[in-house]
Design a protein around this ligand. Structure first.
Ligand SMILES: Cc1cc2nc3c(=O)[nH]c(=O)nc-3n(C[C@H](O)[C@H](O)[C@H](O)COP(=O)(O)OP(=O)(O)OC[C@H]3O[C@@H](n4cnc5c(N)ncnc54)[C@H](O)[C@@H]3O)c2cc1C
Length: 385
């Protein structure tokens, strides 16, 4: 029977499972220096970056379990070079920086974050791409591609980019969170109270917290009583399937998301199901991913689909994330709308936020990702003193 949850969950060890749901620790600090709201990859990476930057006591609260949002269902690819098509805002450069930071985190965390190196084959690269490729990337003709991936039914011209990477997003999340001192799950942030342009109190389902600095990493824009950031935002559903171990060994990963993972399983999909906002897996989409996979790689043969799942990517109309200080609040930041690349971008986003909090100056690498470009309307309730 096909399991209708992400493969990642079934690959976790007991410590990782426990790490995703620490519950409410006895000593959740009530006056942390930094409070991060949201326990997806971006929130956890931000809390890790704040801790590494020495910003004092860092606490993170998540309303459900860690990774409960888009993070659990992501493909886990760390491939900046696959995103030249959406690069209106230096997103490839930010992704390259973030991949380098993922490697740093892999060295920093005991036993690593589970980062696996892989090469990426971009099929039929668009014009103009070659000028922006990293050193070491190779343009291949169809014959070279056929030699590299003999399993491909219809070899085409491609670009081969080496030293890209992937993670099991849930395992990486659990391992990163394991290095944090104060993580609480099952804690919903419900209200923000501001006074004279500063957040002074945050109400949660586990009581009040008065942080020095507040960071929202809630997938979409913050929407809590006392602070509503109204920018256009939506969710785009996507499906992924994983097969049983397949009778082939792929030398590279390829679009759309075809990657060989643990034990020879193939991951495929990453659909953009724009008009579907229903929560469940759509069997017709799963069947079409399977058919495309088999048409591309006939050697997949009878390998059964073991897992099929869907999740929702938070996004803004220009498909770029927001990384910004909340206007009119000196001690609140927000990041949202990481769409197709939030796993990749998490470490660079986190580091930029930590640096911004520390110095007060916007880091160059997140220039262009401000709320203002989306015409934000803020609803902040100030408490009278
Ligand atoms: C099919 C698919 C494939 C993908 N593949 C990739 C990929 O290969 N590589 C890649 O880089 N990206 C990929 N992505 C994108 C990636 O999943 C997202 O960009 C990323 O997970 C966003 O992370 P986040 O932390 O911003 O949001 P989320 O993971 O959604 O986390 C936000 C968290 O905030 C919590 N929260 C919200 N409000 C509150 C509150 N008031 N109080 C407390 N907690 C709150 C939520 O419960 C949630 O857990 C994919 C996405 C999809 C759907």
């Amino acid at each position: 029977m096909t399991r209708r949850h992400p493969l990642w969950r079934d690959l976790l060890d007991d410590d990782e499972v426990a790490g995703l749901e620490p519950g409410l620790p006895d000593r959740l600090p009530r006056t942390p220096d930094v409070l991060v709201v949201g326990g997806g990859m971006v929130g956890v990476a931000t809390a890790v970056a704040c801790r590494r930057a020495g910003l004092g006591t860092v606490a993170l609260v998540e309303r459900s379990t860690l990774g409960a949002g888009a993070t659990a269902g992501a493909g886990g690819l760390l491939v900046p070079e696959a995103h030249h098509d959406q690069d209106s805002g230096g997103i490839v450069d930010l992704g390259r920086l973030s991949l380098a930071l993922w490697r740093e985190l892999d060295d920093l965390v005991p036993d690593g974050v589970g980062l696996v190196d892989m090469d990426w084959l971009g099929l039929e690269p668009g014009p103009g791409l070659s000028a922006r490729l990293p050193s070491g990337a190779e343009m291949l003709g169809a014959e070279d591609v056929a030699r590299l991936v003999p399993e491909l039914a219809r070899p085409v011209d491609a670009v081969l980019v080496r030293q890209q990477a992937r993670v099991n997003p849930l395992a990486a999340l659990a391992r990163l969170a394991g290095g944090l001192d104060h993580v609480a799950t099952g804690v919903d942030v419900t209200e923000v109270v501001a006074r004279r342009g500063r957040v002074v109190r945050v109400s949660t389902t586990a009581g009040a917290v008065s942080p020095g600095t507040l960071v929202f990493a809630t997938g979409g824009p913050p929407d809590v009583e006392g602070l509503v950031v109204s920018v256009p935002a939506s969710l785009v559903k996507g499906h992924i399937v994983a097969t049983e171990p397949a009778p082939l060994r792929l030398a590279v990963a390829m679009p759309p998301l075809v990657t060989q993972v643990d034990g020879g399983r193939l991951l495929a999909g990453g659909t953009l199901d724009h008009r579907d906002d229903s929560p469940g897996v759509d069997d017709a989409v799963v069947a079409s991913i399977r058919a495309d996979l088999e048409a591309a790689l006939p050697a997949v043969g009878q390998a059964r689909i073991s897992h099929a799942w869907c999740c929702f990517r938070p996004t803004h109309p220009d498909e770029l994330p927001v990384v910004d200080r909340v206007p009119r609040l000196a001690n609140a930041w927000t990041t949202s709308g990481h769409f197709r690349t939030g796993i990749l971008m998490a470490p660079a986003t986190g580091r930029a936020l930590a640096r911004w909090i520390e110095s007060g100056d916007q880091p160059e690498e997140v220039g262009g990702l401000e709320l203002a470009r989306l015409g934000e309307r803020l609803d902040i309730e100030e408490e009278s003193s």
